[in-house]
Design a protein around this ligand. Structure first.
Ligand code: GDP
Ligand code: GDP
Length: 454
């Protein structure tokens, strides 16, 4: 494609990044193994092969820019999403629900060879409730003989099932035409920064002090009751001003309503955390400074990172800290919180209110990094120097050359590197480290993906 060719012609001679475009979001949902990823690859390969994504992070929901008949949109692949608990049915339903809530339209994929299962029917129910437009992909129809299987899916009541083969490409044109008909041209859910106060999720394992902290802040500070122009209010969110800056604390109803599930408590806590994090721009993850860092803490941190939200670490119950524990805590942090070493840290006490005002600079720092956009020219100058000083190691006599890089999005910062071959994970981590050293990015996850060009 011409534009890319032009860019690749002059390796480091690049144009400035385009202003952020807010593309409508099409989410691809369905049971595992129905062929979602195959279909997504088929659709995006029209432009380029995405070789690999987020290094070192569990692959969950991945967005790709896609194009069909001149229309650009974001395609969200929910393929590898796993909530590691409970039965398959709840997993699928949850995965689909979150993806759907963030999408403008949905491509629901079924395996036509298998037909509609009870899990599929639960997804249908959820789709109906969501009110989002849906196109039905009856996948694995590899030949004309399979079209009768697809026709059975009329019974789901979601309209015409489009027989397709993600594997061979059969029928995908008609499916995409149908998707373009229902996909709005403007996104309600793009990465646009909505005006008004920023959205904060207060998360952490049970008893870490979330509701205490919320109460403390809400009591000490002014709780803003009147509407701020241009914001839509969700009754489960609360507008709280700290040191003169108003923030939406999302899903505070969930924080205040204490949950007592015996079985599966952690599963529900994890869903609640996921929903709050998805709704927020930044998460304050509360940890108990008086207790060892737990696996559940780690999982919550991973949820925030994998969701691409900005992060602040708050060590609560500092009033219980005795000086003997201090060095142990520091060592634990170094050992266990390596994956979020870039996040700002505050020590607080929800019980006494000590240092709670320090949350503000930390929140603003993380959000600022999350919003940050490196102009393409600067980014390539930086990479040019980096690669000259530290070339990618030679493997089997070959050395991938980095041709060009761009920051595809902010919130969070996502970088795409175009290279002549596979870039090793270790080298990508090295690039990430240097990006952070050079440009800051304190408090935000960064994604680096690589696209291979001949
Ligand atoms: P996902 O879990 O829904 O993302 O499913 P995958 O894309 O990983 O596909 C699951 C399996 O179904 C893989 O073995 C694919 O090769 C196969 N598959 C996907 N699409 C088709 C298709 O159109 N026809 C056939 N026959 N197999 C397919
Ligand atoms: P949540 O489950 O995360 O909402 O935690 P809560 O706010 O309900 O707190 C759980 C327990 O920890 C309660 O008994 C709180 O009084 C106590 N707690 C919360 N924050 C602090 C703190 O900063 N210091 C001390 N000493 N106790 C705290």
């Amino acid at each position: 494609d011409e534009e890319d060719e032009a860019l690749l012609g002059d390796e480091w001679e690049v144009t400035e990044a385009e202003p952020e475009e807010i593309l409508p979001v099409l989410a691809v949902v369905g049971r595992p193994n129905v062929g979602k990823s195959t279909l997504v690859n088929r659709i995006i390969q029209r432009r380029e092969a995405v070789v690999e994504d987020k290094p070192g992070v569990t692959r969950d929901r991945v967005s790709y820019p896609a194009e069909w008949t001149g229309r650009r949109f974001m395609l969200v692949d929910t393929g590898g999403w796993e909530v590691d608990v409970a039965g398959i049915e709840s997993k699928v339903a949850t995965q689909a629900e979150v993806a759907v809530s963030l999408a403008d339209a949905v491509m629901f994929v079924l395996d036509a060879q298998v037909g509609a299962t009870s899990t599929d029917e639960r997804v249908v129910e959820m789709l109906r409730k969501s009110g989002k437009p849906v196109v039905l992909a009856a996948n694995k129809v590899d030949g004309a003989a399979g079209e009768a299987d697809a026709a059975y899916l009329w019974s789901l009541g979601l309209g015409e099932p489009f027989p397709v083969s993600g594997l061979h490409g059969r029928g995908t044109g008609d499916l995409l035409d149908a998707a373009m008909k229902v996909l709005p041209t403007k996104s309600e859910h793009g990465a646009a920064r909505p005006s008004g106060p920023r959205r904060v999720a207060l998360v952490g394992r049970p008893n870490v002090g979330k509701s205490s902290l919320l109460n403390k802040i809400a009591r000490a500070e002014r709780v803003v009751v009147d509407e701020i122009a241009g914001t839509t209010r969700d009754p489960v969110d609360e507008l709280v001003e700290i040191k003169g800056i108003p923030y939406w604390f999302v899903d505070t109803a969930g924080i205040r309503r204490r949950q007592h599930f015996a079985k599966g408590a952690e599963f529900y806590a994890s869903l609640r955390t996921q929903a709050a994090v998805e709704k927020a721009e930044v998460a304050v993850v509360l940890l108990d400074a008086s207790q060892p860092i737990s696996e559940q803490d780690q999982r919550i941190l991973s949820q925030v990172v994998d969701s691409g939200r900005a992060l602040v670490l708050a060590f609560n119950k500092w009033d219980l800290m005795d000086e003997d524990r201090r060095p142990y805590l520091e060592r634990e942090i170094e050992k266990d919180l390596g994956q979020v070493a870039w996040a700002p840290r505050v020590n607080v006490s929800a019980a006494t209110g000590w240092h709670t005002e320090k949350l503000v600079p930390a929140l603003e720092k993380s959000l600022g990094s999350w919003d940050m956009r490196i102009p393409t020219g600067r980014l390539n100058a930086f990479l040019g120097e980096l690669v000259a000083a530290h070339p990618h190691p030679l493997r089997g006599g070959k050395q991938p050359r980095i041709l060009f890089a761009t920051q595809a999005t902010a919130r969070p910062p996502r970088f795409v590197i175009f290279a002549t071959g596979f870039i090793e994970a270790q080298y990508r981590r090295f690039i990430e480290r240097r990006l952070r050293e050079t440009f800051g990015f304190e408090g935000t996850p960064i994604e680096i993906s690589v696209r291979v060009r001949e």
